[in-house]
Design a protein around this ligand. Structure first.
Ligand code: ADP
Ligand code: MG
Length: 744
């Protein structure tokens, strides 16, 4: 298919498109019955397991108690029967490897019998542990290929589910992925460890506040996901989208998002049909999808579920991303999850709404109705602020990637400088705490003494600051710098750990003061004043997008890791190692391995983009430009031959074209040269110890990608985008931004 045909085919398909209905019918089956029908949920467990087994399983799920093998066997049988009734032939251990995607290996239930028939078998052993030779998954040097053994271990806190495919179904069992040496090879294991760390420290603080009944504190997470949809034909016609997930070229069309007519606009019918089917699938899987709407950029949308415990929310978030991609395809579209698929309009992010909740359902970041509850709320809130102040760099690191670098700080997403927005009233209260006690509220006059008083905090959208990377939104914090394409596991792991450390500090200080005979309220006031004084520089209520803030942040000494390469170093600093090892979230080896994976991924991402862009310039754009150039030259020659016309404007068009083509050619050659001159072409750096030569080489390589390759790519893009506005549209081989954004 030649270039124009690809574009024409896409246009035809869009014009003739009628959403295929009929997949979802809530009249025949109300959505309340659909919800969770593919989950081995607590309800299903209760129905299908003998009471003592059900109780034992619940204890494992809710209190982390070990499950003995007889019980595992009984659970496995019930799970298998349930799965087979739902059409499953296979089961798989599903995990979150360090690629940031999901991984699964399917095994069938089938066991042949001696008489030539077959039985369905599935034991406790199959359920609890699987052996995964996943040596091709990144481990950052933790495992060499020749010692590839790793194993998957059932995570009972995330229920098994059924995944349908057009020709069957699979029982999916969420698991951790661990090496034989006990190192975490996945994103779930550290997340669970961090939830445990936070649980322990939060309970200590709660006990000091006199809470003797809560048994656990859970982390809660609600992740809002932004994404783009474009027609599939456009996607396949663009090598950059296909291989890199973002456009590496593309001139700005006259219209983008400047009219503000996309956000919350009417959802196109085709898109709505897609959303409905996707939500149907997600509902069956027990993902509590709640919100859907148009986002700010053309072709951009958002989906947000209700919050759940962080572990489940993280698994569900992966399921959401996969459903987005899979179901979009049913409607002739491709879902782009990249942080910055298009230049010139907003990119996509994820907002991690995060809080802490007791097993009794008390949200610890909910301002209370009583003075006591408010003192407790302020303490937890202050602990979070202190954590973000001390460990801002680690939060920044947790969202670092080559792709998120295109978005953070681009005046559409929070900047790389981490700060905390509290809202006017809470900010004011914190300021008063610093000077001893909160005596007044900005908005109300019925003043009480001490930190016992907290004004009712507004929870309406008017009080929102959309520019802050870390904002308090009424009863939770919202971390907004998370990338649309990344797993929410890492940012949540870091957040849990740094808050655990902060709560540990709070509990330690209070216990010390009480031990010295101080009265609780007095001790708390002294401590909070000290804490606010310390973390005050992290609080910022203004516009995070403006330049003045960057200058102000620098004055305050807040770190600004403008790009990921700068942030990668933070993974293995003494501060990071001592924090994560103290709370048993990452071992030092694991930190080094993860750092290597991030470095490798950065290098490879940029490398693949650079090669793709150069290839497109050489094999798609330059030939098209030369064809058009020769047409123009031919027209000039024929005008002269036919009528002796020598038009200066036509000659200048030709000259402009030749100059622009030469600029593209020169920029492409420079990029090719830069790619060929990389420090080395190693596929993967493997290091295990701090400061070793291999690590230094990897860092130098990443810096080269950032400082030499990315600028060379910018030059190619500048030259190419100029040509796109000069060359005959019929010759242009790539779907344009105008088409991809507005044809749906
Ligand atoms: P907003 O308008 O502030 O974005 P919403 O109430 O729509 O707020 O919530 C956005 C996300 O925050 C949803 O996923 C929601 O479930 C989640 N959320 C609400 N409360 C909590 C909480 N206590 N912990 C974690 N996430 C929460
Ligand atoms: Mg929000």
């Amino acid at each position: 298919m030649n270039a124009m045909n690809v574009r024409q085919a896409a246009v035809d398909s869009i014009i003739n498109y009628r959403p295929a209905g009929g997949k979802v019918n809530y009249v025949t089956k109300p959505f309340c019955d659909v919800y969770g029908e593919h989950v081995f949920s607590e309800r299903v467990q209760r129905e299908r397991l003998p009471a003592p087994i059900f109780d034992a399983l619940q204890k494992t799920i809710k209190a982390g108690e070990e499950l003995d093998s007889a019980i595992a066997d009984a659970v496995a049988v019930a799970m298998k029967d349930w799965a087979i009734e739902h059409g499953a032939t296979h089961f798989c251990h599903w995990f979150l490897p360090m690629t940031g995607l999901t991984a699964e290996k399917h095994d069938s239930f089938i066991t042949p019998t001696p008489d030539g028939c077959a039985l369905a078998e599935f034991s406790g052993k199959n359920l609890v542990r699987g052996e995964g030779d996943a040596s091709s998954l990144p481990s950052g040097g933790l495992r060499a290929t020749f010692e590839a053994r790793g194993y998957t271990a059932w995570d009972p806190s995330s229920p098994a589910f059924i995944l349908d495919n057009p020709n069957g179904a699979t029982l999916v069992i969420p698991t951790m992925f661990i090496s034989w040496t006990g190192d975490a090879l996945d994103k779930k294991t550290p997340l669970l460890r961090s939830m445990e760390a936070l649980n322990k420290q939060a309970l200590r603080v709660l006990r000091l506040f006199g809470n003797t009944t809560a048994k656990r504190v859970l982390t809660t997470l609600g992740a809002e996901q932004e994404y783009f949809l474009i027609d599939k034909h456009f996607f396949f016609a663009r090598p950059d989208l296909l291989t890199c997930g973002r456009t590496l070229l593309g001139a700005r069309p006259p219209k983008g998002q400047e009219l503000g007519d996309q956000y919350f606009g009417a959802i196109p019918e085709r898109v709505l049909a897609f959303m409905a089917e996707m939500e149907y699938e997600l509902m069956r899987l027990g993902v509590p999808v709640k919100t859907r709407h148009n986002e700010a950029a053309p072709g951009q949308y958002e989906i947000a579920p209700l919050f759940e415990t962080a572990n489940l929310a993280t698994d569900h978030q992966m399921v959401v991303m996969e459903a987005l991609k899979r179901v979009a395809d049913h409607y002739g579209m491709t879902c782009l999850l990249h942080e910055k698929p298009f230049a010139g309009v907003n990119g996509s992010g994820k907002h991690n709404n995060w809080s802490m909740m007791t097993d009794e359902g008390e949200n610890l970041l909910n301002p209370g109705d009583t003075p006591h509850a408010n003192a407790q709320f302020l303490t937890f809130c202050a602990a979070v602020c202190r954590a973000v102040f001390i460990y801002a760099g680690l939060l920044r690191l947790s969202v670092a990637s080559a792709s998120n670098d295109h978005r953070l700080g681009a005046a559409e997403a929070p900047p790389a400088v981490i700060s905390v927005f509290l809202g006017e009233q809470l900010h004011d209260v914190m300021m008063q705490l610093e000077t001893g006690s909160a005596k007044r509220s900005k908005k109300r006059s019925d003043i009480q003494v001490g930190i016992n008083f907290l004004p009712k905090l507004p929870r309406d959208a008017g009080d929102r600051n959309r520019t802050s990377p870390f904002a308090f939104t009424g009863n939770k914090f919202e971390f907004r710098a998370v990338g649309s394409n990344q797993s929410v596991a890492e940012p949540t792991t870091v957040l849990n750990t740094i808050v655990a450390e902060s709560l540990d500090f709070v509990a330690g200080e209070l216990e010390k003061a009480l031990g010295a005979g101080k009265e609780f309220n007095q001790a708390l006031q002294t401590l909070l004043a000290k804490m606010v004084h310390e973390f005050k520089p992290i609080l910022f209520e203004g516009d995070n997008y403006c330049q003045e803030w960057h200058a102000e942040a620098a004055r305050r000494g807040l770190p600004n890791y403008r790009n990921s390469v700068d942030a990668f170093d933070l993974m293995t600093t003494p501060q990071s190692v001592s924090l994560f090892t103290k709370y048993h979230v990452y071992s030092e080896r694991e930190l080094h391995s993860r750092q290597e994976i991030m470095l490798n991924k950065y290098i490879q991402d940029v490398n693949i983009e650079a090669q793709t862009q150069a290839l497109m310039a050489r094999t798609m754009l330059l030939p098209a430009v030369l064809r058009f150039q020769s047409e123009v030259a031919g027209a000039i020659l024929s005008a002269k031959a036919a009528a002796g016309i020598e038009d200066a404007e036509q000659a200048s068009l030709l000259k402009e074209l030749v100059a622009a083509a030469a600029a593209l050619r020169a920029a492409t050659r420079a990029l090719d040269h830069a790619v060929a001159s990389q420090p080395n072409d190693k596929a993967e750096y493997k290091t295990s110890e701090n400061g070793n030569a291999e690590h230094r080489r990897a860092t130098a390589h990443a810096r080269y990608m950032r400082d030499t390759i990315l600028p060379a790519m910018t030059d190619v893009r500048t030259a190419a985008d100029k040509l796109e506005t000069l060359v005959d549209d019929a010759h242009w081989p790539l779907p344009t931004y105008r088409e991809m954004w507005f044809m749906r």
